[in-house]
Design a protein around this ligand. Structure first.
Ligand SMILES: C[S@@+](CC[C@H](N)C(=O)[O-])C[C@H]1O[C@@H](n2cnc3c(N)ncnc32)[C@H](O)[C@@H]1O
Length: 267
């Protein structure tokens, strides 16, 4: 089942890669949430080795290079994303080491090597969270930092209807679900889909906050910060109802994105 999901997701990511060029990248962590410019979760990157999990078009790696990182490594399941990243980073004077692989496997990355491993809106694509966190822990030096952002777990089960928050699903739901992306960028939405429909379906596992925190602990991490915030501008907005998946009217009531910083302490 999981191999089937990875194969299908890879095909879709290859097909939609060009429409994701630089869409979610540092200093942006996610949707209507504070940026790295405000949060300052990253250490000083001067002379540091960094690895981006689900590096997409390479825009976050460029941000790291611009902030002094000397070795830029990226991993992504999509060849097309990596072609775009290679071109974009070369155009900006960087020579990254890019690996085409699911994050659930080590394609030959060095272990005990990186100062910082991060993942901007990609970690939730894993079909095996524990294995992925265990690998990330292996890649890091002792004391190294892991930062990731992803949809807040409320996103899969809470909705807005007529100005009211409703539980439209179950927080405990752990079955994978398949959807079709509609629109792009901030206006992107999701509609239910089945593989047989054709098009570009994507499949994800829902996870609870505790799934992330407990998997980090098992992988030898100490959590240093969990960010569940909506940015100031959105909170001050007079946001009327809208049916977008990442709607400001939702963000005024709960965080759309989750950001976690952890440090490798054992392993
Ligand atoms: C929203 S994009 C991330 C954008 C990227 N962080 C940036 O800075 O531009 C999600 C990325 O995760 C990748 N991805 C999806 N499933 C994956 C998996 N199992 N292993 C590795 N990468 C995966 C996709 O190909 C896509 O490039």
């Amino acid at each position: 089942m999981n191999n089937y999901i990875l194969t299908k997701n890879k095909t879709t990511w290859n097909a939609i890669a060009d429409s994701f060029f630089g869409v979610t990248a540092l200093p942006t962590y996610g949707c209507l949430c504070p940026t790295e410019d405000e949060l300052r979760l990253f250490p000083d990157l001067s002379s540091k080795k960094v690895l981006d999990i689900g590096c997409g078009s390479g825009h976050s790696l460029k941000w790291c290079g611009d902030h002094g990182a000397t070795e830029l490594f990226g991993l992504d399941i999509s060849e097309r994303q990596l072609e775009n990243a290679q071109r974009f980073l070369a155009e900006n004077g960087y020579a990254p080491k890019l690996f085409c692989s699911p994050m659930e496997e080590n394609p030959g990355l060095p272990t005990g090597y990186f100062d910082v491993v991060y993942s901007i809106y990609a970690i939730g694509w894993t079909v095996d969270l524990q294995k992925t966190f265990d690998l990330i822990s292996d890649y890091l030096k002792p004391g190294g930092v892991f930062i990731f952002s992803w949809d807040h777990p409320f996103m899969h089960c809470v909705d807005i209807q007529d100005d009211k928050l409703i539980f439209s699903g179950s927080y405990f739901e752990q079955e994978p679900f398949t959807f079709m992306r509609t629109g792009s960028g901030k206006g992107a939405g999701r509609s239910p889909a089945v593989y047989e429909e054709g098009g570009n379906p994507l499949t994800l596992y829902n996870r609870r906050l505790s799934d992330y925190i407990n998997a980090l602990a098992l992988a030898g991490f100490a959590v240093e910060k969990v960010v569940e915030e909506t940015d100031k501008a959105t909170l001050e907005l007079d946001a009327s109802f809208s049916s977008e998946y990442y709607a400001p009217c939702k963000a005024k009531h709960f965080p759309l994105s989750l950001i976690v910083k952890a440090r490798k302490i054992i392993k």
